[in-house]
Design a protein around this ligand. Structure first.
Ligand SMILES: [Zn+2]
Length: 64
């Protein structure tokens, strides 16, 4: 499970695209930020998928 923090995009400067599916997130949208890897996602499921694909998924749990 990826460790992500749920935030809201408050300013246009914070707008970004989901690192997994590419969906563009705009002001007012929720964004799930992976602080450890510096990535952002439109939903938790995207963070999970990306973590697994990159190989730092469940196998790395607890390793910091
Ligand atoms: Zn996404």
């Amino acid at each position: 499970m990826a460790s992500v923090k749920r935030e809201a995009i408050k300013r246009p400067i914070d707008e970004c695209a989901c690192d997994w599916c590419g969906r563009f997130l705009t002001v007012g949208d929720a964004v799930f930020v992976d602080l450890k890897h510096g990535t952002a996602y439109c939903r938790r499921a995207c963070a999970e998928r990306d973590a697994i694909e990159r190989g730092y998924g469940p196998v790395c749990l607890g390793v910091d």
